[in-house]
Ligand binder design. Structure first.
Ligand SMILES: *Cc1c(COP(=O)(O)O)cnc(C)c1O
Length: 463
């Protein structure tokens, strides 16, 4: 969080200033950091000052912590630059951009086995987070309607999900006042156990969330089994509970390299799906998609029609204005790659993951939680007693420029520390070998340095 007041207090005493390196040649005065400068400056000087500051950031290509795209082709970058100025919401002014968004929605709905008879609907969003807020709201409104129609109370909605959900689900519950019902994951199994789901359901359950590629380990949850458990429960209870699939990371992976897996609209209770275009959809941030099985999955009350921009626009979004460029870039990838292109890229990422996972495993000190078979994400924990933690290892790798996060698993496996490597396009096999070399060296150094330090410490204690 940026604390304005901290800066403000400081500024009252001394003005904080930027002293740009080369820009100084062109400038007489320093630039205030936290106050709008009185006078402007030439464009090349402003750009240089900013570039100089940004130079000190991490290299996005070496950032193995994020799922978000850090590499796109030159043609895609050009197209993005050419279309930044199109406001996606202004469908009357930019009907072609609107048409492209519509085409993407249909392509994705078909990819997820939406049936033309059921008329799937959907929208682009800033990312999966916005898509999840919208899907969550639709579940809440549909539940409310069901309760009202059957004369039941509608003041205590709950949503059932694993503790391994991404933080956005907790946000949704807090922002929109829904009770989160968390099914804990346990040590050794970091996905939702289908047998446990049923005991969390009741009349007030607006829906169940299952994850295609969890944020913590990259594993697919057993979606078909979760689905079947809910189906049996609904049948015996005579109620309807929809399943939402959080396919933020897996939605552009499973259809290409796990086509046999049933996780999408092929399962009758799956009512809505979100996917991040800026993850394995291979687009720069931010674009996501929310898709519903059929028009009636989307409550009319949530769709607003506005006419400020000419024409009448139905909108269902949290944000109004947004650049059209990210949707155009998604469409570029669809045309440029086709199914075959996505298959080829994902297979290559999968094979790099498996290769790197095998090497990491060969060090014999890690237990692999995922090797990148589901989505190209490697996750592992220490299995041997070592004089260092994964957090130490993460720091060491950071010194070499790699960002590889270490973190704790969610409740009730919160004592287990893991490390995660997200393989993305732009991370080559050669880079994987260099990373492995750096991991191996870091482990060796941490072992010897911590050992040689320890006896001295204990000696000092003895004397
Ligand atoms: C990344 C992620 C999200 C959030 O998606 P954004 O596109 O970053 O908003 C939600 N759920 C899961 C499982 C994710 O991996």
């Amino acid at each position: 969080m940026h604390k304005f007041y901290d800066n403000h207090l400081q500024e009252d005493r001394t003005e904080e200033l930027l002293y740009p390196a080369y820009a100084k040649r062109a400038m007489v005065e320093a630039v205030p950091k936290y106050r709008l400068p009185q006078k402007g400056m030439p464009p090349e000087v402003a750009a240089q000052i900013i570039r100089d500051e940004l130079m000190l950031e991490g290299n996005p290509r070496l950032n193995l912590a994020t799922f978000v795209t850090t590499w796109m082709e030159k043609e895609a970058r050009e197209l993005i630059a050419e279309t930044f100025d199109k406001n996606l919401i202004d469908k009357d002014e930019y009907p072609k951009t609107a048409e492209i968004e519509k085409r993407c929605v249909r392509m994705i709905a078909r990819l997820f086995h939406g049936s033309d008879n059921e008329k799937p609907v959907g929208t682009s969003t800033v990312g999966s987070s916005e898509a999840i807020m919208l899907a969550g709201l639709a579940m809440k409104w549909n539940w409310k309607k069901r309760q009202k129609n059957s004369g039941r109370s509608f003041d205590k909605p709950n949503l059932v999900m694993g503790t391994n959900v991404q933080v956005v689900w907790e946000k949704f519950c807090r922002y929109f006042e829904v009770e989160p019902r968390f099914i804990p994951v346990v040590a050794g199994s970091y996905v939702t156990n289908p047998e446990k789901v049923v005991s969390y359901l009741d009349d007030n359950t607006i829906g169940v969330v299952a994850i295609l590629g969890t944020t913590y380990s990259g594993e697919f949850e057993p979606i078909e089994q979760i689905h079947d458990a809910i189906k049996d429960f609904c049948f015996t209870q005579g109620i309807k509970i929809p399943l939402h699939i959080d396919a933020a990371s897996g939605g552009f992976v499973a259809p290409f390299i796990h086509p046999e897996l049933k996780w999408d609209f092929q399962l009758p209770l799956v009512e809505s799906i979100n996917v991040s275009g800026h993850k394995y959809g291979l687009v720069y941030p931010g674009v996501g998609w929310a898709i519903w099985r059929t028009e009636s999955s989307l409550p009319e009350e949530l769709i607003f029609k506005v006419n400020y921009l000419g024409g009448e626009l139905p909108t269902f979004s949290l944000n109004f204005s947004r650049p059209g460029s990210q949707v155009i870039a998604q469409y570029y990838n669809f045309l440029r790659l086709g199914k075959e292109g996505y298959i080829q890229i994902l297979k290559s990422m999968q094979s790099i993951s498996l290769h790197l996972a095998e090497k990491i495993e060969s060090l014999r000190i890690f237990e692999m939680i995922s090797r990148g078979k589901d989505i190209p994400v490697i996750c592992f924990k220490l299995k041997t007693e070592e004089p260092f933690s994964l957090f130490d290892l993460s720091h060491r790798l950071r010194e070499k420029g790699w960002q590889v996060p270490a973190y704790f698993m969610p409740p009730e496996a919160q004592n287990i520390a893991v490390m995660r490597i997200v393989i993305r396009e732009g991370f080559s096999r050669d880079m994987a070998d260099v990373l492995f070399h750096d991991i191996k060296t870091a482990v060796e150094e941490l072992r010897t340095q911590t050992r040689s330090r320890q006896p001295k410490k204990s000696l000092r204690f003895i004397h």
